[in-house]
Ligand binder design. Structure first.
Ligand code: FES
Ligand code: FES
Length: 164
């Protein structure tokens, strides 16, 4: 009988982990069910909605399209990593709240992780460009304007870019 178990070592939100995982286990299920970081949400489970977005080595990644075994040697960041040790809201989270960039909140962790990578890039984008850069994440509630305004505020300061 063959086994399909793999030893992996990785960093999650700044802390080292070692685990043994099934070869077919999705990263999204691993993060939520095994590691109990349930801030990462699962929507479509086939790479469309972006709600499961985490950062892998700094790059926004759909965790429903990646296997847990592929996390070996990688650095993973989830929404919980934005506020380590239950710190107050990160500036990006506070901006989402201020600009009503969320309603039900289901999509929000994915948007925040995508936006975090965008902000780290150091680029200064217009609202139109921010909207384009975030277009891989879907929201059924907000109409996106508040999300774009929140990212714009953190990236450029209030009112520095064109309206959409
Ligand atoms: S749950 Fe992964 S993209 Fe929708
Ligand atoms: S806030 Fe409900 S899906 Fe985006």
């Amino acid at each position: 009988m063959t086994t399909d178990r793999h030893d992996i070592a990785f960093t999650l939100n700044g802390k080292p982990y070692e685990r043994t995982v099934d070869g077919r286990l999705l990263l999204s299920d691993f993060i939520r069910h095994d590691l109990e970081f349930t801030g990462t949400h699962v929507g479509c489970e086939h790479g469309v909605c972006g709600s499961c977005t985490v950062l892998v080595d700094g790059n926004p990644t759909r965790s429903c399209l990646m296997l847990a075994v592929q996390a070996d040697g990688r650095t993973i960041e989830t929404i919980e990593g934005l506020t380590p040790d239950s710190a107050p809201l990160a500036p990006l989270q506070a901006a989402f709240r201020k600009h009503h960039g969320l309603q039900c909140g289901y999509c929000t962790p994915g948007f925040l992780m995508t936006a975090t990578a965008l902000l780290r890039s150091g680029e200064h984008l217009s609202q139109r460009e921010i909207r384009e850069a975030m277009s891989g994440n879907l929201c059924r509630c907000t109409g996106y304007s508040g999300i774009v305004a929140a990212v714009d505020e953190v990236m450029n300061g209030v009112g520095k870019t064109d309206a959409v």
